[in-house]
Design a protein around this ligand. Sequence first.
Ligand code: UTP
Length: 235
Amino acid sequence: MTETHIVALGGSLLRPEEESGRAKWFGDLRDLAAKLQQNGTRVGIVVGGGLPAREAITLAEPYVGDVHALDEIGIAATRLNATIIQQVLQEPGLDVAGMIPLDCDHAAALLGEHNFVVMGGTTPGHTTDAVAVELAIKAGAGRCIIATNVSHVYDKDPRTNDDASPASHLTLAELGEICGLGKPRQAGVSAVVDPVAVEWAIEANLAMCVLDGRVIGLLGAALEGREFSGTNITV
Ligand code: UTP
């Protein structure tokens, strides 16, 4: 049976600090994708905006007051990063959808035809974490993998709590509490996982996991159903 997985790939992962790290990261990603394709696994990859999103929003902010208009700029950056990942996977001949879908219905349909579908954001009001949850639900994936630039979700915000410790297991409700679910969105403060994503996962009983996407081996382990270091989030 064909297995379908959905991964939210944080935009910061595309730009490791060292150039040598970048070559390794893109190379390892390609190698993993080739292995997954050989096994017939399908993967929907939702790419975040990272540096281009931050730069573009900062540039426009003094002249654009509407938050949704700034979100549209962020979405454009996610689609730019998605195109980079799509082309990097296409180059060695992997079976990647030739377009960046605009919504999750289209992405889920394309996953019926290709091993890989790469997309960015969709509509204002949330981040690509939420898009990945929506796609996981629509594509019938068992869980949503959030590959980001931290090793775990911490039980408290490690930036403000010295006694915060990494959690290897959480429930969705606990994750919602940590990410500020139900609290007003604070401009410029981004939670380890977008609370909108957690809310949608709770509604759909969708399991999640958070792992360090800088280490492609961890992503490979999660995609291949092996144990990995990170945070497993159960319903
Ligand atoms: P990201 O998904 O990269 O979110 O989208 P983020 O949390 O700001 O980035 P990281 O994960 O910390 O690097 C970038 C921005 O694009 C807009 C939002 O403004 C978001 O902050 N966006 C993205 C949307 O409005 N809708 C989407 O579906 C995706």
